[in-house]
Design a binder for this molecule. Structure first.
Ligand SMILES: Nc1ncnc2c1ncn2[C@@H]1O[C@H](COP(=O)(O)OP(=O)(O)OP(=O)(O)O)[C@@H](O)[C@H]1O
Ligand SMILES: N[C@@H](Cc1ccc(O)cc1)C(=O)O
Length: 359
């Protein structure tokens, strides 16, 4: 049986707020719009493939999709030393990656500079600010990878969450897509929309890939999105990330060194690469080649089969890592090839590689 549009929209998501709103919208026969914003602030890691594949899913079922290059947001967040020229270049590089992933031709791009040049944007922002407390805005700073206390660094920081919410109202989209770490912006937008009588966005949250060094120490008393924001693979922490352009050797050596406690799947980046990326590919099977004395070659046909074997201690972390690196390299092979076929992408990559990661 073929999958419904709703099934395609929700596969490999962690949360949809609310599923019944999404299914109603998809069944309405009306045009459905969606958006995702990213900070153009450096290189692209494999965690981003999760949302890129979701964009592919949404466009494949007819959602009219906009990708927002959040240039001013990156500036507020002190990315690339606040150099707008470099920030724009980083945005161009992401377009190349989206092309290499095969989604670029079905989406519309806007950048934050275009949005803020419109007067009505600022009226919306003030209305959003009026409808929420400073404490709530500060708590939402996790959407920019910061803690509430960091709002004190400079006063532009408190404008960021308000801008993100305003982006949603300004674009007038039905669906706000983002990783789970973006939850606070979307919930704030939903609450404000209700107060002000705006369209309430449906939030679609994709899973967050843990950084290669494993989860941070801060867990107790934190909300789930804050924990995930803390643990995530991030371009601001390059040592935690596998980049899309990494060579096969680099990918292998990074996976082999990754945090991967035996029998534990929670916050295990190697298991998550399987769950959120590899097994999401149609017909994927993980083939683990081992010498006979260690159990011989074994094939996992779905993620839960793999998880069961791992939790029961039937699969050693080293064997898991080797097979995962091989499969990840296979997945990245085409993307890398298409990316490197563009002279501009290669030049931008070179420049961004040497840019200082700041925050
Ligand atoms: N590790 C990850 N796994 C899955 N999705 C991610 C991950 N990191 C970021 N995303 C998603 O990618 C989008 C862009 O996020 P963002 O620009 O903050 O990336 P980042 O790599 O964390 O960058 P930075 O280090 O600059 O914060 C967001 O929707 C976010 O949820
Ligand atoms: N906060 C998002 C970037 C973003 C900016 C503006 C938006 O409207 C949406 C998303 C991030 O860190 O990745």
């Amino acid at each position: 049986m073929s999958k419904s549009r709703f099934d395609i929209a929700v596969r490999n998501t962690l949360e949809v707020v609310l599923p019944e709103e999404l299914s109603q919208k998809l069944e309405s026969g009306q045009r459905v719009t969606g958006y995702l914003g990213f900070e153009p602030s450096g290189l692209v890691h494999v965690g981003w493939l999760i949302w890129m594949f979701k964009v592919r899913d949404l466009t494949s079922i007819g959602v009219d999709f906009t990708v927002l290059e959040a240039t001013w947001h990156a500036y507020i967040n002190d990315k690339l030393g606040g150099d707008m020229d470099m920030i724009r270049k980083a945005a161009r590089f992401v377009r190349h990656v989206l092309r290499a992933v095969g989604v670029e031709s079905n989406i519309r791009f806007v950048d934050a500079e275009e949005l803020v040049s419109n007067e009505s944007y600022w009226g919306l922002l003030l209305k959003a600010a009026k409808a929420t407390s400073l404490a709530r805005v500060k708590r939402a700073l996790t959407i920019m990878g910061r803690r509430a206390e960091e709002a004190e660094l400079d006063s532009s920081k408190v404008i960021y969450p308000l801008m993100q919410v305003t982006d949603i109202f300004y674009l007038g989209v039905d669906i706000a897509l983002g990783g789970m770490d973006q939850r606070k912006a979307h919930m704030l937008a939903r609450d404000i929309a209700e107060k002000l009588g705006f369209k309430k966005p449906i939030a679609v949250h994709t899973p967050i890939l843990t950084g290669l060094s494993g989860p941070g120490r801060r867990m107790e008393g934190l909300e789930v999105d804050d924990v995930l924001a803390d643990a995530k693979m991030s371009k601001s922490k390059p040592e935690t990330a596998i980049f899309i352009h990494d060579s096969p050797e680099e990918v292998e050596s990074k996976v082999m060194r990754a945090y991967c406690p035996p029998r534990v799947v929670e916050f295990n980046p190697v298991m998550e690469l399987n769950k959120y990326l590899l097994f999401q590919q149609e017909g994927f099977r993980l083939v683990v080649e081992r010498p006979e004395k260690y159990g011989g070659t074994v094939v996992y046909n779905d993620y839960y089969e793999l998880e069961r074997a791992y939790v029961e201690g039937k699969l050693h972390p080293l064997d898991l890592k080797k097979a995962t690196a091989q499969s990840l390299n296979k997945l990245l092979e085409d993307i890398r090839r298409r990316l490197f076929s563009s002279g501009e992408a290669v030049a931008l990559l070179e420049e961004l590689r040497h840019a200082k990661v700041t925050r």
